[in-house]
Design a protein around this ligand. Structure first.
Ligand SMILES: Nc1ncnc2c1ncn2[C@@H]1O[C@H](COP(=O)(O)OP(=O)(O)O)[C@@H](O)[C@H]1O
Ligand SMILES: [Mg+2]
Length: 265
C-alpha cells in the first residue's frame, strides 16, 4: 500500500511582484517575496510559520489558496496541484480555506452571519436548503456561538466573535486544510487564548491540517506541531517548537527569539 500524500507540499516556490511605474514618479522596484520556499504538512498536523513583517508569510499563505499566482514552483494539496482543482463543489475551496487576520474586514458588512455561512455550504459543500439549516446549527455549536448569532451582522459582533465566524466559514466548505494568516493578531490577549483553544479543539476533533502563520513566537509555540522560520522570502530553519525556540541554530531565529519577552499562554 502506498502512503497518502502530505496534505500540503510546496516545492521551490518563487513569487516576484513586478515593478510598478506610475505617472507621478512613485515607481517601485520588483520585489522577490518568495525565493524558493519548500515545505510540507502531513494530514492532521499544524505547521507554524513565523517571521517578521515583510518576510513573505502572507504571499505564501495566499499562494496556497490560489489568491496569488506563483512565479515558479509547485503547490500540491492532497497530492494535486492547486491549479488543477476546478470550480464548484469539490473545488479548491472545498480542499483549502483561508482565515484572515482582520476578522471584521473579512466579513461582508451587508451580510448576516447566516448569509455568510450559507454561501460555502451551498456552493462548495453542495448542500440543499434542509441540509444547510442543520449544518448551520452544527457550525455555530462548533465555534461556541449561540444560534441567535446567525441573524447578526458583522457590526454587531466583537472581534473574537467575528473571528469565530471567520473560522466557521472556513469549516463550512468542508475543507481539510486551513491556512490561518495571523488569525489572532488583531484580538486582545485574553481573547487570543480562547480562539487558540478553539482552533486546537477543532483540529483534534476533525483531523484538520493547519498552516498557522504568525509573527508572534508565543502564539506559534502554543499551537504548532512543527515550526518553519521565514526570513526575507526563505525558510531558514525548521523543527519542533521546543527545539526551535529553546535552541535556535540560525542567527535570524536567535535574534527573533531573543527579541521576544516570555509570554505565558
Ligand atoms: N501585492 C503586492 N505587490 C507588491 N509587493 C508586495 C505585494 N504584497 C506583498 N508585497 C511585498 O512582498 C514582501 C512580502 O510581503 P508579505 O508576503 O505581505 O509578508 P508578511 O506577511 O511576512 O509581512 C514585502 O516586501 C511586501 O512589501
Ligand atoms: Mg502578513
Amino acid at each position: 500500500m502506498t502512503s497518502p500524500p502530505p496534505a500540503v507540499e510546496v516545492r521551490g516556490l518563487v513569487k516576484t511582484y513586478p515593478a510598478r511605474f506610475s505617472l507621478f514618479g512613485r515607481s517601485r522596484a520588483a520585489v522577490q517575496a518568495l525565493k524558493g520556499v519548500s515545505l510540507h504538512a502531513k494530514r492532521g498536523e499544524t505547521l507554524g510559520i513565523v517571521g517578521e513583517s515583510g518576510s513573505g508569510k502572507t504571499t505564501l499563505a495566499r499562494s496556497l489558496v490560489g489568491l496569488v499566482r506563483p512565479s515558479a514552483g509547485t503547490i500540491l494539496l492532497d497530492g494535486r496541484p492547486v491549479g488543477e482543482h476546478a470550480a464548484g463543489p469539490g473545488s479548491l475551496g472545498a480542499v483549502v480555506q483561508y482565515v484572515f487576520q482582520d476578522p471584521m474586514s473579512s466579513l461582508n458588512p451587508r451580510k448576516s452571519v447566516r448569509q455568510t455561512l450559507s454561501a460555502p455550504l451551498r456552493f462548495l459543500a453542495g448542500l440543499d436548503a434542509r441540509a444547510q439549516a442543520s449544518r448551520l446549527a452544527e457550525l455555530m455549536a462548533a465555534v461556541d456561538l449561540d444560534a441567535t448569532f446567525l441573524d447578526r451582522y458583522p457590526h454587531e459582533l466583537s472581534g473574537g466573535q467575528a473571528q469565530r465566524i471567520g473560522i466557521a466559514r472556513a469549516l463550512a466548505a468542508g475543507a481539510g486544510i486551513i491556512v490561518l494568516d495571523e488569525p489572532v493578531s488583531a484580538l486582545d490577549v485574553s481573547v487570543q487564548a480562547q480562539v487558540l483553544r478553539l482552533l486546537a479543539e477543532l483540529k483534534a476533533r476533525r483531523g484538520l491540517t493547519y498552516i498557522f502563520i504568525s509573527h508572534d513566537l508565543a502564539v506559534v509555540e502554543a499551537i504548532a506541531d512543527r515550526v518553519a522560520v521565514m526570513s526575507a522570502g526563505e525558510i531558514v530553519e525548521e523543527g519542533p517548537p521546543a527545539s526551535i525556540f529553546t535552541a535556535p541554530t540560525h542567527p535570524y531565529t536567535r535574534r527573533l527569539v531573543a527579541s521576544v519577552p516570555a509570554l505565558p499562554i
